[in-house]
Design a binder for this molecule. Sequence first.
Ligand code: AHR
Length: 647
Amino acid sequence: MKRCIIFAAMLSLAAATFAQKSAAPAGGKAISTDLFGIFFEDINYAGDGGLYAEMVQNRSFEYTASEHEGWGPMTAWKFVNYGHSVGDADVVTNRPLHANNTHYVTLRSEVVGLYRKDSPIAGIGLQNEGYDGMALTKGEIYHFSIWARGEMPLQVVLQDGKGLSICSDTIRTAAVEWQCYEAVLRPDTTLTDGRLSVLAIAPGQVDVDMISLFPHHTYKERKGGLRADMVEALQQLKPRFMRFPGGCLLHGPGLEHLYNWKNTVGPVWQRKGQPNCWGYHQSQGIGYYEFFQMCEDLGCKPVPVIHAGVTCQGDAKGWNIPGTGQRSLTREQMEAYVQDILDMIEWATGPADSRWGRLRAEAGHPAPFQLEYIAIGNEENVTDSLIRNLTMLYEAIHECYPQLTVIGTCGHTANGHHHNRGWQLARDLGLKVVDEHYFQAPDWLIKNQHRYDSYDRTGPQVYFGEYGSRGTRLFNALAEAIYMMGLERNGDIVCMASYAPLFGKRDHCQWNPDLIYFDNQQLYPSVSYYVQQLFSTNSGDYYYDDVINAADDPMLGRSCVFDSRTGDVILKFSNADSVAKTVTVDLSRFKRISSKVAVTTLTGHPEDTNNYNQAPLRPRTESSQLKCRQSLTIEPYTFQVIRYKAK
Ligand code: AHR
């Protein structure tokens, strides 16, 4: 069986290279230009209830008790009747909107009447509470849509937390078959506890599904799009790549819920939602198309990570229940899964007239997406099943798409049996990169900052795909900065790194700490966010280890990189100690830099954190003059970036 067609366009796809503006002076070591990226996973309501700007929770009545105890099709909904109205609502599954979207509600209205003539609303219907209420802004436009079957005037009402109407519109559904109807709402009040009600306002019956409300203002004003402030926060990180969609999310709870990219593309009402391992529902409103599009928007390389045909070793029905251990697809199931993955690559990179590329083109992207990396596996135990499955996937991908860099996996610890076995597998297969994950305390990071100095330069490179220092204090961020200087210093063998997790919704975090906390109104970037930002916006492509002179001191991280695109030289220091440190620098080999520098400083009390803080810690930038031979003092508990501009 022919599994793939190799497209000429793909073969000519080359890694993005930047025009080199300035030659690097002697003594530098070339380091990765893809070093600092991001990792997005729908954990902590990062996607549904977060980045995905949909304001209606459980819009398609597909929640189930297997996702969350006590949940069902009516979670986040309630039946309402206003005025002197009588009727009822039932969840039904016969003749659904789509085979992937099986539940909907039938509204039966018998009597509709007002108590008083001036009573603002009457009718029976459904009210949605959103995700912790809906944050509505006075004067903003909101796009409402609904799929309905049957003839009925429907009143669509935005309400405050007490049920008082703040704006409404009426639509008339008519079709005998499912049809989509839309309305535009513009509230005249700003509030955070908004509700949406859909009311049948005449006697009769109507079926309703996919009840949706999006702000007009999404990222790039895309209809049904992403929260603008959240994407903008990522944009400010200037990531070189984005890994998606998980994380443990890939494994789903159980074999039957392994992530399936095909369920995530096409019109949203045809996508197949499912439980995730974090105890909530995936609407798949953000699917593969949205991920690739987001990478384009962010100007970064997509790194899709696919599961390796096994569940998580901790798997049962949910993450917190003692596990049944890792389970694997059979060889036959693997054959089909391998083909799914080849289809995915064709979907992303094939011409618009190819079988799978056509789907992408129909969704609005006729040109192929850029694809350079694909990662297989997410920190699974490296068992015989994992080895068999990963090998099958790798061999098929490599045969069909030899230009892709395939990234392997090595368990979820910094060393040990699975770590070693994952590395051995990568060497045996000839993989170019291995994805390491470990979350460690700040002291561990400081103590192990030289970990990669002794890594084998002849084997695969490292993608440090998930890390964080188990806290949100300034001290944590300083320790992460010290460790990240170790990544820069070893940027010849560490080719990529991404902090995890990226987003955490207030009161809904399954995992702490997170890089960016948020609620329905705003973002609360952690101190670590600013460290990540300062690294990625001040990265270079050559590392110099003899420019900064300092005593051997684990509490002071330092690095010097040269950015040949701009010709700038960048020094970084992270002092995690309670005393100031003095260093000397000699930049005389960089002939083209000016003495005018930008000094960016992030400092405070080591216990300071940013979570929901009104006056968060953030970096400040000042201009200064520095000589090329100079002694510098790094204050206690300070991360500092000094950027020497090219003349
Ligand atoms: O980043 C949060 C979780 O940590 C990821 O889902 C998993 O890969 C890791 O254990």
